[in-house]
Design a binder for this molecule. Sequence first.
Ligand SMILES: [Ca+2]
Ligand SMILES: [Ca+2]
Ligand SMILES: [Ca+2]
Length: 463
Amino acid sequence: MRTYLILGRLLSFCVFMLVGRSLSASPVDFNGDGLSDITLIAIRPDQSLRWKSILSPLQIPNVPAPTVIGDLGAAGDHIALGRWSALSAVQPAVISQDGGEIVWKSTGGQFSFGSDSDLLVAGGDFNGNGFADAAAISKRAGRLVWKIKYDPLAPNGSGSPGTAEIVFGTRNDQPFFVNPDGARDWLAIVRTPARGGAYIIMRDPASTTVRRVAIGSVDGTPLPVAENSSQDVLVAFIKRGAHSTTASFRSLSNGARRGGVRWKSQGDLIVGDYASDTGQELAIQTSDGFSLYNPFSKLRTAISTADGIAVDEVNLNSFGGSGNSGGGGSAPADLNGICSKVIPISSPYIYKTGTSDHIPDSRSGGGSFLVGSSGSRPSVDCVYVYDSKGAEIASYGFWPSPGSDWAARLYSRGLSCSDGKDPLAVAAQAIKHTGSPAGFFKVSSNTCIKVSDLRQCYGSSHC
Ligand SMILES: [Ca+2]
Ligand SMILES: [Ca+2]
Ligand SMILES: [Ca+2]
C-alpha cells in the first residue's frame, strides 16, 4: 500500500478519511464540514517537514490555499498520520529510524516499536476505540507475525493500551488491513495461490473469526474503500503502469468485481471522503493537482492546486532493513521487464538535482542528466526514469543544442519531454513507493543507468 518516506523539498507516497477506519473515526477534517481535507507535506530548507491541509478542496473554481497545520518530522521519515492522542482530529505523526530503533513520533508523544526489517502499519484501529494503534509485521518460519501496540499515545485514562501478537498469513501473502464490520480494523491479506485465483482473507483481532472471500485474479496493491459510516465495503487494487495508474474494485462481502478506473497519469493515490457523493473517493496526485474518482457514484472530477506530497491515514511502511542509505545492489526483479541491463552511473554520465547557475531559463530548478562527449546520445525520444519497482517517476527532455562537450544534455524542466518535477520530490516518490531512493534512467530499449540516490549528485566536479 502506501509507503511514505519523505525526503526532499515539497513533496510526495501517499492521508485519509471520514467515513473511515473505525467506528469513532471521523474524516481528516480540519474545518469541520464533514468532508476530508487533503493533507500535504513540504520539506523545508532545513529538511524538517511542514504539514499543511487544503480545506474543502472541492471549492471549485477557487481551491483554497493550504493551511499550515504544524511542523513535525524530517526528510527520510515515514508518515503515520492518525488519531493518536485525540479522538476529535488526526495528528501528524512520523516513523523515524534512530540508530537501531524505530521511533513513532506524534505531536502527542512518542514511542519505540518494531524493527527496521518489519512492515510497519500505520492507520489501523484494531480495537475499534478510535485511537490509532501501531502494528509491525515480521516473518517467522514462513508465517506472518503481527505485533500490535494498542493506543500507545492515548491520554492517560483513555484508550486501552496493551499489546497483542497474532500469527496470520504466510510469507507470500500481501498484508493490509480493512474494517469489514464497522467495529474495528481486521488483519487482512491477499493470497494468490500458485494454482490460480486470489483471496482476501480477514482475521478479527478481537476473536479468532476469519472471513475468506474469493476475488478471482487481481493484480496490484490493496486499498480499503468505505461507502458509509465506518465500514469498508470495497477493496481497490492499485496498479501503477509506466504511464498510467489503474484501480479495480472488489466487493469485500462477496468478492464480486465492482468496476474500475484508469488515470492517464502516474502518481500517488490517497483515499478520503473528499466529495459529497456517498462513499470515499480515490484521489491521484497529478502534476497540476488531483484527479478524483468515486467508485460508488462513478463521479469523476479534478482539482488543481499547489504542490506538496499528499498523504493519508493508510500507510504500510518499510525501512527495508538497510536504513536510509538506499541504493546499491542489482536491479530488483520488478525492473527487469524495463531494463535488462543496468549500469551504475559513472563517467560519461552526470546526474544533478539542480541546474547550473548559468542556466537561468525554464530549465532551472529541475534535474539534470548529462552525457559527456565520450558517450553516446540516448537512443530514445524521451528519457524516462523508473523506480526500483519499475514505476515511471520522471521524464527528461533533450536540450536541442548540447554543444561539442556533450553527447546529450537532458533536463526535467522546460523541454518537450520534461515533466517539470522537482528531483527531490521524485526521490521522495521513489522512496515512498519502494523504500529506496534509486532511480533508473532508461537510455535505450534495454539499458538503464542506475542513480543509487536521486537526492545526490553524481559525476560532476560541481557535485
Ligand atoms: Ca473538511
Ligand atoms: Ca485503538
Ligand atoms: Ca464522498
